[in-house]
Design a protein around this ligand. Structure first.
Ligand code: XMP
Length: 513
């Protein structure tokens, strides 16, 4: 769906690299204003076509004075639209508009700084005169002298914390960070007092619009969806089932590497909807191909290829289907450069399916939504909470959590341990971002009753992360861990020892394989 179809008003978030753009866009959308992320170098003509009510400049790890520093079209500053430059964005405005930037005298490397408001500013309306905000500018430059026509509105230990002229605003800290207590209010001031947003963006309207778009695009033709049971493909299926009941066929390839009862839960969730649901029980096929395979990348490759093969076979049985639907979501699009941009990283969808199967068109009805919005949509479409709140689960499934050769016995043991650990973790008030068990290839001596045992070692892992690029081990209460260990060792005879993995990423990855 393009911007035009979804919005009445849009704020553009220009991306100079770095991880903050999605936080900014999500914060704006959660204020009921539609935000779209575009590459920083988008030409002015494109921006005028989109006709945003405001523009946010954000991100960038390097200095704005570096020879290869990313810049935006300078004409952006001449069209009279409100601009908010955050950190790099502020420095860039300063640099491009004739001010001076220089090395920070005091670095603020991912820490709270004390901001003091020094003059009236709409941006700080309703905020105390002093507040703490999260800043991250260690060796990068900060604003030293203002461009002509700008005035300083706040200071902090590391220099000028905010400046503005009539339409353009810059802050040297991150209002989008949850550590900036009043950050949401600053963003709302920008949206509603400065950009005069009406705040009309609602997910419910998005669903209605999207249903119309799907109906218009598809007409009376058929659509095929590869349903993995993950949040994205499940919500995509539920939306399509609502838009074009009876024209949708979902193929769920059960590779036998799902968690305990997961295959049945997925089937149940879709059993009573208006769609054709095909479950292919292909566990034997996958296990046969995986026999004797130990190398993680080989496991991934085999599973990916076998998945395509099974899907192809099933699809062929259905005859010609013109449309393939995919649950691609907005971060996938943003990370692969969006509609206009340079490729940052290609995103993974159902690899190779379109070319192989000769679909005429791909439809991606969630491609403008963030994960939290996709979950919200799932709730509105009445998907069961267990599916909507599902933690990320890799496509190759438990294959990444069985060290060494994958066997039915190891899978069964892992499933039981994993289910117990998940049950215990789910008693926590705030859940980790991802939590699971791993079965190792190590045997260890134990004692059960009077008997000496020599059985499997299982590892438990729970991590906390914003973006899955880095993570820390979750400080699960010791009592919870003890309960999990006690249950695992007493309920599962094949396990003699349980360890808890506290490796952060880096240096470890989240999955063991
Ligand atoms: P790592 O282990 O790379 O994981 O730190 C980061 C996130 O990606 C998931 N993951 C995968 N997902 N296919 C997937 O669909 C894969 O091959 C794969 N490997 C890792 C992992 O569960 C975590 O959420």
């Amino acid at each position: 769906m393009s911007v035009k179809e979804t919005k009445k008003e849009v704020v553009l978030v220009l991306d100079f690299g770095g991880p903050y753009k999605e936080l900014v866009a999500r914060m704006i959308r959660s204020s009921n204003v539609y935000a779209e992320i575009l590459p920083a170098n988008i030409p002015l003509e494109k921006i005028l076509e989109i006709d945003p009510i405001g523009i946010v400049l954000t991100g960038g790890a390097n200095s704005v004075t570096a020879p290869n520093a990313m810049k935006c079209d300078p004409k952006i500053f001449e069209i009279g639209r409100p601009v908010l430059g955050i950190d790099y964005g502020m420095q860039l405005m300063c640099h491009m508009l004739g001010g001076k930037v220089g090395k920070a005298t005091k670095s603020a490397e991912g820490e709270l700084v004390n901001v003091e408001v020094t003059s009236d500013s709409l941006l700080f309306k309703g905020l105390p005169l002093a507040f703490s905000a999260w800043a991250n500018n260690s060796d990068v430059v900060v604003v030293k002298s203002l461009p002509k026509g700008f005035s300083q509105t706040a200071t902090a230990e590391n220099g000028i914390a905010a400046f503005e002229n009539q339409t353009m605003y810059g802050v040297q800290f991150h209002p989008e960070s949850s550590h900036t207590k009043d950050g949401r209010l600053i963003m709302r001031n920008f949206l509603f007092d400065i950009c005069h947003a009406k705040g009309q963006y609602k997910l419910k309207d998005y669903i209605d619009t999207q249903i119309n778009v799907i109906r218009q695009t598809v007409g009376d033709k058929k659509v095929l969806l590869a349903l993995s049971g993950g949040v994205d493909s499940s919500v995509c299926a539920a939306l399509l089932a609502k838009a074009i009941p009876e024209q949708l066929t979902c193929i769920f390839v059960d590779h036998g590497l799902m968690r305990l009862n997961e295959g049945n839960e997925i089937e149940e969730a879709f059993a009573n909807r208006d769609l054709n649901f095909i479950r292919v029980n292909a566990a034997d096929r996958f296990l046969k191909k995986l026999k004797g395979v130990v190398d993680p990348e080989k496991k991934r490759k085999i599973i990916g290829e076998e998945f395509i093969r099974v899907f192809e076979e099933e699809a062929k049985k259905l005859g010609k289907i013109p449309f393939l639907a995919q649950g691609t979501i907005y971060p996938d699009i943003v990370e692969s450069g969006g509609a206009y941009g340079t490729t940052i990283k290609s995103h993974h969808n159902v690899g190779g399916l379109p070319e192989k199967l000769g679909f005429d068109q791909i439809i991606e009805p969630l491609s403008m939504l963030f994960k939290n919005e996709v979950r919200d949509m799932g709730r509105r479409l009445k998907l069961p909470p267990a599916l909507v709140n599902r933690q990320p689960f890799p496509g190759p499934g438990l294959a990444l959590r069985v060290i060494g050769e994958i066997t039915v016995e190891k899978l069964d043991t892992l499933r039981q341990a994993d289910a117990i650990f998940r049950e215990e973790i789910e008693t926590m008030a705030t859940r980790p971002s991802q939590y699971f068990a791993v079965i190792t290839d190590t045997l260890s001596v134990g004692v059960k009753g009077d008997t000496r045992t020599y059985d499997r070692v299982v590892a438990l892992r729970a991590i906390t992360t914003d973006d899955f690029m880095a993570c820390s081990a979750t400080r699960v209460p010791f009592k919870t861990l003890e309960r999990a260990v006690s249950r695992i060792t007493s309920e599962i005879p094949e396990i003699s020892r349980v360890v808890y993995d506290i490796t952060p990423k880096p240096s470890g990855t989240i999955e063991w394989l």
